[in-house]
Ligand binder design. Structure first.
Ligand SMILES: Nc1ncnc2c1ncn2[C@@H]1O[C@H](COP(=O)(O)OP(=O)(O)OP(=O)(O)O)[C@@H](O)[C@H]1O
Length: 362
């Protein structure tokens, strides 16, 4: 999927902007607060239905206005033209459209645009809570496995039901609870199998990319399914039932899964420097991009925000080289062009400059 045209209105400090990005590399420069990240944020909205900076949609709507709009058109890998649109209003309504058809299901929109992001906060992928890493893994599954989203939603609903009953001190061994508990276990096991096979497919790619991109240290990736390794989910749930009843929530299951990183047997977060963590995240994202295009023959869109603050010049160049080799459409922001002096070597690129919310091609 490649974007050929992007239009946004009343999006943060950008009153109105229209740009035709490169299908390969688009560089956006501008001073602090000029609106560079907002441009990336608008593309992220099309890929996720939300911001990467806030949970509050109304913060993104331009002050004193009622809604923002993002519209993009482009081509998929078969050359089919697509048109995507998203509007969010201050009264918390949204409307999306795919090829002119309106929808109130965000999944219709976001499943079409596989977007990845690398920002100054990307180290959260390793330093943050397991939820960050589950999201990483689930992004890959959402865009590859058609059944993943429905399975995930069903599991989440059944889990909420179990937690509500645990809070009410209900007897979960009663026969009326047997059917949905079986469903919870069945969907939970399926979810786990999908994640397990995703990480095992990612592992060899990650090892290959690390040995080239990150020869400085050796990083190992492993998957924790969210309950005891050798047990079935049902067995672990039963074992924990007394504890879960006391605390009022379910302490084991795929909602507790994690992806773990070690360097020489020690947790990566314990020993890697900030810069090394960023490099590790970059390697992980390069691997995910490679796996995505291997599994789907589709291409993803990669947003690199404030790349100068993130990686040193050599790694910046190798990261962008790696993504371009996989035919990824990249949008990168930097305060100054000098932070990306190596981009002169790329022929197919476009440069934009943002000043006080005005976007101009250079
Ligand atoms: N809802 C809004 N309405 C109008 N302006 C906003 C709104 N939200 C944020 N802003 C302003 O929009 C500007 C855009 O910020 P943005 O984060 O996109 O800039 P940036 O160029 O990425 O800056 P930096 O290099 O500092 O990260 C900021 O000046 C901010 O104060």
């Amino acid at each position: 999927m490649k974007l050929s045209n992007l239009q946004l209105t009343q999006f943060r400090n950008i009153d109105a902007a229209q740009l035709s990005p490169s299908h390969q590399l688009t560089v956006v420069t501008g001073r602090n607060g000029s609106g560079k990240s907002s441009l990336l944020e608008s593309i992220y909205y099309l890929g996720f239905g939300r911001s990467f900076r806030t949970k509050k949609h109304h913060s993104v709507i331009q002050h004193e206005t009622a809604s923002f709009n993002v519209f993009a058109s482009g081509e998929d890998e078969q050359g089919n033209v697509f048109k995507l649109g998203l509007e969010r209003t201050r009264d918390d309504n949204f409307r999306c459209s795919v090829n002119g058809e309106h929808s109130h299901r965000l999944a219709d929109l976001v499943s079409l645009l596989p977007v990845q992001l690398f920002t100054p906060q990307s180290t959260d992928l390793i330093l943050g809570s397991p939820a960050e890493r589950r999201r990483f893994c689930d992004w890959g599954l959402f865009h590859v496995e058609q059944s993943f989203n429905a399975l995930f939603q069903t599991y989440s609903k059944l889990l909420r039901q179990r937690n509500a009953l645990l809070k009410q001190n209900s007897n979960l061994s009663a026969p009326e609870h047997a059917y949905w508990q079986q469903q919870l276990v069945a969907t939970g096991e399926k979810l786990n199998l999908m994640r397990e096979s995703y990480i095992s497919a990612l592992k060899p790619i990650f090892n290959r990319i690390c040995s080239d991109f990150l020869p400085e240290f050796s990083l190992e990736i492993s998957y924790y399914k969210g309950w005891e390794k050798e047990s079935a989910l049902l067995e672990s749930l039963n074992k924990k039932l007394d504890y879960d009843s006391r605390v009022g929530h379910t302490s084991v299951g795929p909602h507790k899964a994690d992806v773990r990183f070690k360097v020489n047997g020690i947790s990566a977060q314990e020993i890697l420097s900030r810069g090394q963590l960023r490099m590790a995240v970059a390697a992980l994202q390069l691997s995910q991009t490679a796996l995505f295009s291997e599994q789907t023959s589709r291409k993803s869109i990669f947003l690199l925000d404030d790349v100068g603050a993130e990686l040193d010049l050599d790694k910046r160049e190798r990261f962008i080289d790696g993504l371009l080799t996989m035919d990824t459409q990249i949008f990168v922001t930097a305060i100054e062009k000098q932070q990306l002096e190596f981009v002169d070597k790329y022929n197919d690129k476009k440069m934009f400059h943002v000043e006080h919310g005005h976007v101009k091609e250079e």
